[in-house]
Design a protein around this ligand. Structure first.
Ligand code: DX5
Ligand code: ZN
Length: 228
């Protein structure tokens, strides 16, 4: 077993798209090693965000791990394009495709980490058939589509369940949580089992995004030290 770590993954959805490069440089200074990229199609979720060209540009601008969260219907249509654009991790929603196993395999065939995402109304049990194969599981702690929403406390129980299933069956996925996270609840999420914490508003809508990442990383590692 490798040394446990927690990553803060700033969500570019909350960044200033007119100066994305500077915002990314700031979170790099704060110690971020990942960047969370929200792709929305106005169909699976009621909002439209960014797509393949932005991921390509990000790839040229940073060496951070690009964690691409596809909130799109039938994501199997776009795995190839996001892989070519330079994604390191791609996650797809359980609710978005009847071909979940196929799309996860297609992601891994490209040597990209494959993640499955569940909405707040979807139980962990819906993932039983894919948990042995996925590289990470993303628990939505808000309804997907918008930044700046309030964390849904019931998500903590899902994180605990995923941790417990992993140790019971010896699975090796990482556990990620997304939505409404910040200094007030990062420790709680880590203690429940989260290893990747997505944070948009609480990083980029602050006067000092570098400091916001630094502070949350610190809180996360303290919580981890208490846990183990
Ligand atoms: C919501 C997105 C999130 C969002 C999180 O649909 O998946 O990644 O950017 O934003 P905050 O941290 O503001 O809740
Ligand atoms: Zn996201």
């Amino acid at each position: 077993m490798s040394i446990p770590t927690v990553e803060i993954a700033p969500s570019v959805l909350a960044a200033n798209f007119a100066r994305l490069g500077e915002d990314i440089a700031a979170v790099e200074r704060g110690g971020a090693r990942m960047l969370h990229v929200d792709v929305m199609d106005g169909h699976f979720v009621p909002n439209i965000s960014i797509g393949v060209p932005v991921v390509s540009s990000l790839r040229k601008a940073t060496t951070l791990v690009l964690d691409v969260h596809l909130m799109i219907a039938a994501p199997e249509r776009y795995v190839e394009a996001f892989a070519d654009a330079g994604a390191d991790m791609i996650s797809v929603h359980q609710e978005a495709t009847p071909h979940l196993d196929r799309v996860l395999a297609a992601i891994q065939e490209r040597d990209i980490e494959a993640g499955v995402v569940i909405n707040p109304a979807t139980p962990v049990a819906a993932l039983s058939e894919v948990l042995p194969a996925v590289d990470f599981v993303l628990v939505m702690s808000v309804n997907p589509g918008f930044g700046g929403q309030k964390f849904i406390p019931g998500s903590l129980e899902k994180l605990r369940q995923l941790k417990e299933l992993r140790s019971r069956y010896n699975y090796d996925y990482r556990i990620e949580v997304d939505g409404g996270l910040g200094p007030d609840n990062v420790a709680e999420a880590v203690r429940a089992g989260a290893e990747i914490i997505v944070a948009g508003t609480s990083v980029f809508h602050t006067p000092d995004p570098a400091e916001a990442v630094r502070r949350m990383r610190q809180m996360a590692s303290e919580a981890l030290a208490q846990k183990v």
